[in-house]
Design a protein around this ligand. Structure first.
Ligand SMILES: O=C(O)C(=O)Cc1ccccc1
Length: 404
């Protein structure tokens, strides 16, 4: 039964139950390549469906795929079988005030107030979306988990500051799936109320990352710094309180929204200031890899897909080497590897016989260039699972190639 569906281009509904396949064709954006369904490990895969929401490509179709559940014991992937075919539908607006209304735009939660960079990232990822501001990241995650919104945006790394570890921790604490990424060129402005000059300023407010990215400029201006939850909140605070001695570092759109004057543009220390944001959803959306990606009129590259995973390893010589080999052996390129001491694990101090060295248990975050729809990725992770003490697939998603 599995072989018959290898050429489905854009299925609307596929149920791969044991011995059961059904599908419909739609104009969904992602292809679902042939999964190794002959393996008894796979009990189900589900790809669907017209949920009335705007999709990444502006259509009303959302393609979702789940499966692989027996591949990884702790798999975050929900499995839909023929007997329990569908996940719960989003709550209707009558059931939950302010929830997704039927046929409405995709709703995307972000941390911050209007004018925050995360809002711009949401709009870049989903051009017709309704961006929903949340005061904290946890609220944005919860809004997705409770079906109030469809996606959450999470800044994850910056070209100047590196990974945002707190946000990696959030990813692990929750069980949302990465379904997209967006890279945004961040161009900070120094904002103040009308009539206020640079010389009048004593201090500046902004998100700690924005302040760090403008370190040199702010030092030269002799301004003291205060942190706010997001850049746009700093702008809002300065405007609402009509402050004369305080400026804000935020975007030009925050200036427009809160009626502030732009005293200086591009105040970041490095002009290549790019932040990478992740788009999170309740369910995985696993892109296929057969669609070619057009970089320009003359250049086409294979559809670029990445997978993000987190894992920890047994102790022992060469275990990290072995972990990396599972990818190298299958020609899978890594685009990121990051290690982080595991929380709640005490520092273990060795005795003298171990040269007095001290060590932590580490969690590794790896991004690799393959989709979980590919057999080589599934094989690599099955191999890794043989000696990983923990493994979680955070999601497969199309690479944002707009900043190549
Ligand atoms: O504060 C914001 O506007 C955010 O979205 C977080 C952020 C801060 C600085 C650079 C990029 C994103």
């Amino acid at each position: 039964m599995a072989a018959a569906i290898s050429n489905i281009r854009s299925p609307s509904i596929i149920l791969f139950g044991k011995g059961t396949v059904s599908y419909q064709r739609t104009a969904a954006p992602f292809q679902i390549p042939q999964f190794p369904l002959n393996r008894p490990r796979f009990t189900a895969l589900f790809a669907s469906l017209d949920d009335g929401n705007n999709n990444d490509d502006g259509s009303n179709k959302v393609t979702k795929a789940v499966g692989l559940e027996e591949l990884f014991e702790d798999s975050p992937y929900d499995v839909v079988s023929k007997d329990s075919p569908f996940h719960p539908r989003p709550l209707s607006s009558t059931q939950l005030p302010n929830s997704v209304s039927a046929g409405s735009r995709l709703r995307v939660a972000y941390q911050g107030v209007r004018g925050a960079y995360s809002e711009a990232a949401a709009e870049k990822a989903y051009p017709n979306c309704e961006a929903v501001p949340c005061d904290q990241f946890d609220a944005a995650f919860e809004a997705v988990e409770k079906w109030i919104v469809d996606r959450a945006v999470l800044p994850i790394e910056n070209s100047l500051g590196g990974s945002i570890h707190r946000n990696y921790d959030l990813l692990l604490r929750h069980s949302l799936h990465i379904v997209g990424e967006v890279k945004l060129a961040v161009r900070h402005c120094l904002l103040a109320n009308h009539g206020v000059r640079v010389e009048d300023l004593q201090r500046v407010l902004s998100h700690p990352q924005a302040l760090a990215q403008c370190e040199n400029t702010l030092t030269k201006l002799g301004l003291s710094r205060e942190a706010t939850d997001d850049t746009a909140l700093a702008a809002k605070y300065v405007a609402c309180n009509k402050l004369k001695d305080t400026g804000a570092v935020a975007s030009s759109s925050a200036a427009k929204i809160y009626g502030l004057n732009i005293l200086a543009e591009d105040v970041q220390d490095d002009c290549d200031n790019v932040t990478r944001f992740l788009m999170l959803a309740r369910e995985p959306i696993i892109p296929g890899v057969e669609k070619p990606f057009k970089v320009s009129l003359s250049m086409t590259i294979p559809f670029a897909v990445k997978t993000s995973i987190a894992f920890s390893l047994e102790e022992g010589p060469g275990v990290l080497f072995k972990a990396l080999a599972v990818f190298a052996l299958r020609q899978i390129n890594l685009t990121k590897i990051e290690s982080r001491p595991l929380r709640n694990q005490p520092l273990r101090a060795s005795d003298d016989s171990n040269n007095g060295s001290k060590y932590f248990d580490y969690l590794f975050y790896v991004d690799f260039e393959a989709s979980m729809a590919e057999e080589r990725a599934q094989n690599a992770l099955r191999h890794l699972k043989e000696f990983a003490t923990f493994l979680r697939v955070l999601g497969s998603y199309p690479v944002d190639t707009t900043m190549l």
